[in-house]
Write a protein that binds this ligand. Sequence first.
Ligand code: SF4
Length: 490
Amino acid sequence: MKRIIYISHDQLNARYGALKTANPKDDLIVLVESQRMLKPEFGSKVRLYFLLSSAAHFVKELEDYGYTVIYQKSATTVDGLKEVLKKYPKLPIIAATPSSFRLKQSLSDLGVTFVENDFFLTPAKVFTQWASSQKSYLMESFYRTQRIRLNILVEKGKPVGGAWNFDKENRSPLPKGYKFPPYLQHKADEIDNQIARQLGIKPISDFATSRAGAKKVLKNFLDNHFAHFGPYEDAMTTDNWSLHHSLLSPYLNNGLLHPSEVIDAAVKRFEKGDIPIASAEGFIRQIIGWREYVNGMYWHLGQDYKELNHLNAKRKLLPLFEDADKTQMNCIKSNLQDINARGWVHHIPRLMLLSNLALITGTNPQEFLSWMRRVFIDATDWVMVPNVIGMGVHADNGVMMTKPYAAGGAYISKMSNYCKGCLYDPKLRTGDNACPFTTLYWDFLDRNQEEFAGNHRMAQQLFGIKRLKDLPEVKKRAKEVLAGLDNGLI
Ligand code: SF4
């Protein structure tokens, strides 16, 4: 053996990263399961099941290719690598650049040599070049640069379909009685069963844990959901947990799928002619735009960004986040149940329900970030830090997003069917039946009037506050709501 190749649990792909140039004769492959990963602070059992079972399948895949693989269990990743080095003291360790500041630092301190992390479509240098030339980091401007740079949905420098963005067409609630195709289920194999047993849970059949399974999910999306993805991508419903979402983020974020193969397949499918441009563009934007932008911003904004708390939000994490029975808000309860079942809800509940609730209750951003990191199976540091600190709770003073994503019950009621089965009324802002979102939305704006006074994108909302005749009653009810949420009674 000539080298040790270290593979992290989010780089499970034999065609990219450090494995791109590997061969079974010269390279010893090492994965490390650290004790830290097994602690509840790291992740829920559902999240752990997905990560560990995917890694175990990947180890098997590498062994089938003829590789010697060590799956080392140790207190920390570095301890695990040191254990392996005891047996192979002369071998250098190679790894793709890790996807978090913490791991990058600890591997670097150990003397690991990094090769480029090519699990993204945008090399670090290219992102830095773009970011350094911007006055404000608008995702839309990055996305258009990406479309041209990668030559995707572009003809002679112009966007296919006549516009760069079809978002306005992509905000429809679901029509009444809307029918979805059946869910794709994944039968547990012996590896899945063993990991589930080890964790004391049942295998999760909603997500695949192997590359073969992940490819089936991609095919299922393109065949059965892609055409309808756009118009209903922001809709929420109790009738279906995945709607027309691709469900690809877990595999993109642990390496089982690479963004280039997803994009190639989506463009090819679009070129057949029966996928509306609004759906194709909306999906492609998520992959070449948003995903790449968030990763780029994670590195560009630096390690201290995750500690920001510009709005000085001090509330402790609400008990409902840990226990869905501690709330009667139908929208929140329903999403928490989905998260408990499979560690996934789509981007709108994450932003407009969970983060919105953390934002308008003034929940401490770091406590909320830590919860988001723990519960979602596709969570990683690079995904969650910018999404929560920047987009979700506006703790960065608008570095990423020009305005906070605060909304009351009217938005939730328009985009979902949650309110029909709820104890609360989205139209009411005062009284015992007032929707907590509606009350707290106005209270949040009132509390932060000075803060947002110079932000022209908030002008309309702040003007709304001035027209509220019952503001004193709203503020009084907000106090009751916040106390109720703190005690798990709302
Ligand atoms: Fe959620 Fe308010 Fe609607 Fe209840 S009424 S489901 S709390 S938005």
